[in-house]
Design a protein around this ligand. Structure first.
Ligand code: ADP
Length: 641
């Protein structure tokens, strides 16, 4: 295979520039990232070897080796992990294989002052390998995948292009060589033994595999080899310089240590190693369970959501160990989907070492652990103080809420944890408990409305009567709320009721008046046959002339919109057009209808009342041009000759 030159995908170069520019004051972390990748590569190999023991061959002593050369100014990190094939290098290193990267960059560019925010955001993105370019002018990666004979060499100066060619490597694994940038006078020298030592100690001490480095030491010269005078006294040197391999990390699994021996910094570093997140976690849980199932767990709640939280392919964050031996990454069986943001490790003593993912799903032990962990995580969330909890909720609330309809056993507990903005509290979160406490004495139901944004909801005509009565309404703007509300029908014995569906029963409609409008409403319905199933007097409107509502079990307008935007075709459903009998427009139309029934304007007005209702709930009218034309005519008429 000849040497090939490829261009980075645009987004890779953008991410690279972002990293280099924003992390110059935080250079040390490149080493942690490369060591984490090396350690992950060994984990992957071990996982694979559980079903394919041959893959290890004779090379069973897992190790990460650091070599530095102060004169050539290079630093090398190698591992004997799983390695990469040509295709894998192309996929993992030349592109950023994460879907959503373009979206991330777009969001990033829209932020003002993005230099300040960069480290935090990049942390959410997690771009480990590329951090090498913070300290290196050029990076060379030589890798040989387990089970392959040939190696692959990848090289780049981080300037838009990389080369890739066939290469040699004696054994399986990956070696990354950094050709370091020139350092300024008071900058750290990353070839210096003590610098490397202290970075490893600080960021990677608990890595489960030895991180080895050759260090120079003074060693006593054995007695027999010393030069002695005639009286047998030593003359000259009694020690000499020798190079010895030393292990720089303690490898102690942090979760096995007792809580009061572990500092906050150590907990934090472990989190960063595990999650590839560069921000400190929001909170943690460190537990030891003894009894029928024995296991240890160290779990973290991140502070910020990863950029791909809603991407279905994203990894779960819990690693499974058995007596310190790594079993698998990304163990979905230990944490339900709605807690997929939790990161951490679980070490279960009684687990069968050769478990496969299929077996895990039905493993009683695993099911027990999962049940317990969910309980503990929810307890942790409940016990957070208001400020911390709200910061959690803003990051992960939309995910947590999925539990309400996926884990009915925990529905009650989760309902206590949800928060909403309301008509009375537009900028502060309100819990269902607070809502119930603030209910008016005569109020029987908890009202909510769903839609795209707060402003739209706050001004929705559906809420006019509710506002007049001073009944608080929960404003729901997460798509997931639609599913939540289908599943959660009551809280604390109070039914949850949509403000846009069914009869709100706030005021009883005057039967006599209704009778008077009957003929007009019948006429309007005949004009809108295709779009509405009923035209009726409204119980929710006060200031507006019209709005659309649904029957209790109809799909809400927002739900319909969500389904359409995700490419689905929701079943065609007609809405109910509600008209405000006390509104002057409706009164005047009634007069015209009674005196001049054949006036063609009545047709236009019927359509207009419907379009106005559509627009007021943030919908789109079918025929905007016709809508504008009608409005134009109306304006011309009202302005007179
Ligand atoms: P992340 O580790 O967050 O996935 P990186 O940019 O650090 O992102 O790495 C991209 C991918 O390259 C990794 O997911 C892994 O598949 C591969 N990779 C990186 N370093 C190594 C290594 N030392 N050995 C094997 N594969 C590696």
């Amino acid at each position: 295979m000849k040497r090939e030159t490829h261009q980075f995908k645009t987004e890779v170069q953008q991410i690279l520039n972002l990293i280099i520019n924003s992390l110059y004051s935080n250079k040390d972390i490149f080493l942690r990232e490369l060591i984490s990748n090396a350690s992950d590569a060994i984990d992957k190999l071990r996982f694979k070897s559980q079903t394919d023991p041959e893959i290890l061959g004779a090379d069973t002593e897992f190790k990460i080796i650091i070599k530095s050369d102060g004169i050539a100014r290079t630093l090398e990190i190698s591992d004997n992990g799983i390695g990469m094939t040509y295709d894998e290098v192309m996929e993992n290193i030349g592109t950023i294989a994460k879907s959503g990267t373009a979206g991330f960059l777009e969001a990033f560019e829209q932020l003002q002052n993005n230099d300040l925010l960069a480290p935090e955001l990049i942390g959410q993105f997690g771009v480990g390998f590329y951090s090498a370019f913070i300290v290196a002018d050029s990076v060379t990666l030589v890798t040989r995948a387990a089970g392959e004979d040939k190696a692959v060499k990848w090289e780049s100066r981080g300037d838009g292009a990389y080369t890739i060619e066939e290469s040699e490597r004696d054994t399986r694994g990956t070696t990354i060589t950094l050709s370091l940038k020139k350092t300024q006078k008071d900058e750290k020298d990353f070839t210096d033994e003590w610098t490397i030592r202290s970075i490893v100690k600080q960021h990677s001490d608990f890595v489960a595999y030895p991180i080895a480095m050759d260090v120079e030491k003074d060693e006593p010269i054995p007695d027999a080899e010393q030069i002695k005078d005639k009286d047998g006294k030593s003359i000259g040197e009694t020690t000499r310089k020798v190079v010895r391999e030393e292990i720089l990390n303690s490898m102690k699994a942090i979760w096995t240590r007792s809580k009061d021996e572990i500092t906050d910094d150590e907990y934090e570093e472990f989190y960063k190693h595990l999650s590839h997140d560069w921000n400190a976690p929001l909170d943690r849980l460190h537990m030891k369970f003894e009894g029928t199932t024995e296991y240890e767990a160290l779990l973290y709640v991140p502070a910020k959501p990863p950029f791909d939280l809603f991407n279905a392919e994203r990894k779960h964050g819990v690693q499974l160990f058995c007596k310190r031996v790594f079993i698998m990454d990304d163990c979905k069986e230990l944490m339900p989907e709605y807690l997929r943001f939790i990161k951490g490790v679980v070490d279960a003593a009684d687990l069968n070492l050769n478990v496969s993912r299929e077996i895990l799903q039905q493993d009683r032990l695993v099911m027990n652990i999962r049940k317990n962990l969910v309980k503990k995580v929810l307890e942790l969330l409940s016990s957070m103080d208001k400020e911390k909890y709200e910061s959690f909720y803003e990051a992960f609330g939309a995910v947590l809420k999925e539990g309400i309809y996926t884990d009915t056993g925990k529905q009650k507990k989760l309902a206590e944890l949800v928060r909403y903005k309301t008509t009375r509290s537009e900028d502060k979160w309100v819990s269902l408990d607070d809502y119930v406490k603030n209910m008016k004495t005569e109020q029987k139901e908890i009202y909510f409305i769903t839609g795209e944004n707060l402003t739209g909801l706050l001004n929705s005509p559906h809420l006019e009567k509710l506002k007049e009565k001073e009944y608080e309404v929960l404003l729901m703007t997460d798509p997931v709320d639609e599913w939540v509300m289908q599943s959660l029908t009551e809280f604390d014995g109070r039914p949850l009721k949509s403000a846009e569906k069914g009869d709100l029963g706030l005021d009883s409609v005057d039967d006599k008046k209704k009778e008077e409008f009957n003929a007009l409403f019948g006429f309007i319905k005949s004009q809108l046959e295709k779009s509405v199933k009923e035209v009726k007097p409204s119980t929710r409107l006060k200031d507006s002339a019209s709005c659309l509502s649904g029957d209790a079990y109809d799909m809400s307008a927002y739900m319909e919109k969500i389904l359409k935007s995700s490419g689905q075709t929701p079943p065609e459903s007609k809405r109910v057009l509600e008209l405000n009998m006390d509104h002057p427009v409706i009164g005047k139309i009634k007069n015209m209808f009674e005196t001049d029934r054949d006036n063609p304007i009545l047709k236009n007005y019927s359509k207009l009342l419907f379009d106005m209702a559509v627009i007021s709930e943030g919908g789109k009218v079918d025929n905007p041009a016709e809508f504008s034309k009608t409005i134009g005519e109306l304006m011309a008429n009202s302005l007179g000759e």
